[in-house]
Design a protein around this ligand. Structure first.
Ligand SMILES: NC(=O)c1ccc[n+]([C@@H]2O[C@H](COP(=O)([O-])OP(=O)(O)OC[C@H]3O[C@@H](n4cnc5c(N)ncnc54)[C@H](OP(=O)(O)O)[C@@H]3O)[C@@H](O)[C@H]2O)c1
Length: 285
């Protein structure tokens, strides 16, 4: 742990993506209440302003559409320019798309937002996080990773018989777990930890972007869902608690470390995914 004890998020610089709704907004409120020096990242000025108002404590906000590598790079530059220290980076923004779309960089959109954006933002901020150690990197994964495998032969989901949707979403969430494990391996001994978690099934804006039927389905299923506040609990605990100071590479649910899928525990896949992801972001450098 690099000498210093982790004393919680009070007074620490915490960067949180996907903070304009759902789990991220609930987490932002809890982190701000704990005294974190919070920076929320949104993609719409209007929604970011509404989030700031809902947090009701002073927070910084930055804007970036994380599906664009250029915007992720600009965001990282702004963060590095503004903050000499970075204590916690939380990659929480995510989405699912019912039909195949590509980003401005020509990358399948679910992959671009859910996996490549956290990969690129984290690697661009890594040196500053290491210099600020002890520090933490947390990524919102999902139990949707359990049935997935990474389609190394078709990373762009062009040949998938099943299209995109939930299957593709699961692949990107498996990528979150593999990324976290490979990141933890690379950060060993630096005092920076990397962990990910499943928030449970949470009633948020998730999957409201895929037509009326999906939106109605999500609204009905809210009856069985956790609240965003409950969904944010493990995230906030991973950021704040001294209990996980020396845990890295973990996959958590309900504040307990869980065993991720067999595919998620494959170090060769984690390594290969890292290299391929680095290639996919190199073109925008
Ligand atoms: N809800 C669940 O049951 C559940 C279960 C497991 C995992 N998760 C994960 O939890 C995380 C948060 O999701 P949520 O359930 O809270 O959904 P949500 O209410 O839809 O929130 C998603 C957040 O991500 C942001 N976002 C999406 N695309 C973006 C982009 N291109 N650029 C910048 N920001 C973007 C959204 O911004 P806007 O406000 O601009 O849309 C919003 O702040 C995701 O990673 C999701 O995969 C959710």
């Amino acid at each position: 742990m690099d000498g210093q004890e982790w004393t919680g998020v009070r007074g620490k610089r915490v960067i949180l993506t996907g903070a304009t709704g759902g789990i991220g907004l609930a987490a932002a409120r809890q982190l701000a209440a704990l005294g974190a020096e919070l920076t929320i990242v949104g993609r719409s000025a209007e929604r970011a302003e509404a989030a700031r108002a809902a947090i009701s404590r002073p927070v910084d906000s930055l804007l970036a559409d994380l599906s664009s590598q250029r915007e992720v790079r600009r965001l990282a530059d702004e963060i590095l320019e503004r903050y000499a220290r970075l204590d916690v980076l939380i990659n929480n923004a995510g989405a699912m798309f019912g039909s195949r779309r590509v980003s401005v960089d020509g990358i399948e959109l679910t992959w671009a937002v859910n996996h490549l954006a956290p990969f690129l933002l984290t690697t661009l901020l890594l040196e500053r996080l290491v210099a600020s150690a002890p520090a933490r990197i947390i990524t919102t994964a999902s139990a949707a990773h359990y049935r997935a495998r990474i389609p190394f032969e078709d990373l762009q989901a062009e040949r998938s018989r099943w299209g995109v949707g939930f299957r593709r979403y699961g692949e990107t969430k498996l990528a979150n777990v593999l990324f976290t494990r490979e990141l933890a391996r690379r950060l060993d001994g630096t005092g920076v930890t990397a962990n990910c978690f499943h928030p449970g099934f949470v009633g948020t804006g998730f999957n409201h972007n895929n037509g009326l039927v999906m939106r109605l389905g999500m609204l009905v299923s809210r009856l069985a869902a956790r609240s965003p506040e409950q969904g944010a609990e493990t995230l906030v605990w991973l950021a704040d608690s001294p209990a996980v100071s020396s845990t890295s590479g973990g996959y958590f649910m309900d504040r307990r470390e869980r065993r991720p899928s067999h595919a998620a525990r494959d170090p060769a896949a984690a390594h290969a995914l890292w290299d391929l992801s680095a290639e996919q972001v190199a073109r925008s450098a």
